[in-house]
Design a protein around this ligand. Sequence first.
Ligand code: NAD
Ligand code: UD1
Length: 336
Amino acid sequence: MQTILVTGGTGFIGSHTCVELIQAGYDVVILDNLSNSKESCVDRIKEITGVGVKFYKADLLDLESTKRIFDENKIDSVIHFAGLKAVGESVEKPLEYYENNIGGTINLIKAMRDANCKSIVFSSSATVYGVNNKVPYTEEMTTSATNPYGYTKVMIEQILNDMTVSDKDWSVVALRYFNPIGAHESGLIGENPNGIPNNLVPYIAQVALGKLEHLRVFGDDYETPDGTGVRDYIHVTDLAKGHLAALEYAAENKGFQPINLGTGNGSSVMEVVKAYEKACGKNIPVVVTPRRAGDIAESYAETSLAKKLLGWEAKLDISKMCEDSWNFTMKNPEGM
Ligand code: NAD
Ligand code: UD1
């Protein structure tokens, strides 16, 4: 049985991936500093799977603690989710983002190298396609960023790529996620945004709960079918399954490989609102406001590479994403 170290494993995408890993028969070790998640998530993972995971409350910025995990466990491969992810906050606190995301990743790579573990699946983002590429985004397009968060993803991809050049034994898969939403079907794990959410679906969920009055629709004058922004929303469970396929790919292939994880379909803000209204049986009041700075009209993936290399494709549609988000929100109105 293979043992996988999951950094950021108590977070939103990490926790769903741990569930899928356990259900597929992997042994899971979680490293998380709990800066954006709670230890109770470990119990929730056990409740869903019936299997316990080994949990280390540790910070990737602490190299010694990170190395100790590799000394105490025979880690076959790493899935690296740990990082800070709020775009706006990264503009306010660039140093914190560069230090945590890049510094943390460098420590992780050092610990892996010393333990001779050279297989890693990294959480990249569609944000690396920047603002100048045309949809659908394909993996060979040039990468760029418009904010410190995005730059950390561009730079970490570069660092990991450089590792594969310096040592041919490294296998790196950089998964470029589009817009992950939804929650586990059980309603036991899901997204836990701090304070007022910035992202669309967590915000709508709070409106549906009655905690926020209305959704602000950031612009209805984009060149899209209904004028509102279009994104490639992907169910977090589909995304989690993509990581298992990426692990298998990394076990067979050396080198650096970026791969999009999206559905290939775009939904507009108003389409998501309609789907959520149907899922929760309530009216979601909206107010159209000017565009949000930094937003683009459309973002969606070309998905053929994931199909070809991983044999993976997203299966769940926007209705299911909204139903599972609402189920989780109702069961956890104060978060997890
Ligand atoms: P999350 O905040 O729920 O999970 C990240 C986890 O990493 C948290 O539990 C946090 O406590 C932990 N962490 C942060 N810094 C750490 C450190 N130095 N040491 C140890 N643990 C640390 O976020 P998520 O939505 O699950 O995202 C996971 C990854 O996917 C992130 O790297 C994120 O940038 C990337 N990503 C997310 C999205 C999205 O929309 N959620 C989109 C694209 C990419
Ligand atoms: C955001 C990040 C992106 C990150 C992604 C992860 C920004 C500028 N970009 O992408 O870097 O990789 O999250 O999921 O923060 N919207 C509203 N009202 C709201 C919230 C959002 O109308 O209250 C609209 C936005 O204008 C956009 C769509 O909903 O058209 C999705 O927004 P959001 O969920 O924030 O994701 P992205 O902006 O795509």
